[in-house]
Design a protein around this ligand. Structure first.
Ligand code: HEM
Length: 143
């Protein structure tokens, strides 16, 4: 209990959740965008970018979500958008590593990711945009 309290203090004072969200929000679209661009331009380095950035996103996103749980404040309770934010964010912390696992199969086989992967990735990206929007609305609603 003392440890949780200390972690909450640290996360709140250093604003760790708003810092980490930037990594998740940047790495996922860079990865998917690189994979789409690689199909159009056939530049091999873009395929490498697609893999490594998704791997980094998978590593950081569970910490983004954990920091969100520790950042939860009294005024977030009972807010409909924040209830969605809480559970969608927790789901993304599982789905992004799952997407990276899927992406790793193409990487190991030295193949470009197929259309199904890219389609699933774009659906996940739409969910990530909604997630960021809901968090931002809560932070900036009074401005
Ligand atoms: C992939 C996961 C997540 C992403 C991308 C994300 C994104 C965001 C963004 C963009 C903000 C606005 C920050 C700012 O502009 O300063 C925010 C705020 C916030 N998020 Fe998340 N979030 C995620 C997961 C979670 C989870 C799982 C929780 C809680 C269980 C959570 C709780 C919060 C809280 C409490 C705030 C601040 C709201 C306030 O100021 O009252 N987030 N999030």
């Amino acid at each position: 209990m003392i440890l949780v309290h200390a972690a909450r203090q640290l996360v709140s004072r250093l604003y760790i959740h708003p810092i980490l969200v930037n990594f998740t929000a940047a790495l996922v679209p860079v990865s998917l965008g690189s994979d789409v661009l690689e199909r159009l331009t056939r530049r091999g380095s873009l395929r490498e970018t697609g893999w490594w950035t998704m791997l980094y996103a998978a590593c950081v996103t569970p910490f983004t979500a954990l920091a969100g749980w520790l950042f939860w404040m009294k005024d977030d309770v009972g807010v409909h958008g924040m209830a969605i934010h809480k559970w969608l964010g927790t789901s993304l912390a599982v789905l992004i590593p799952a997407l990276a696992l899927w992406r790793s199969r193409f990487w190991k086989a030295d193949r470009r990711p197929n259309g199904l992967y890219l389609g699933a990735g774009l659906v996940l990206l739409a969910a990530l945009i909604l997630q960021g929007h809901l968090g931002g609305v809560q932070v900036f609603k009074d401005m």
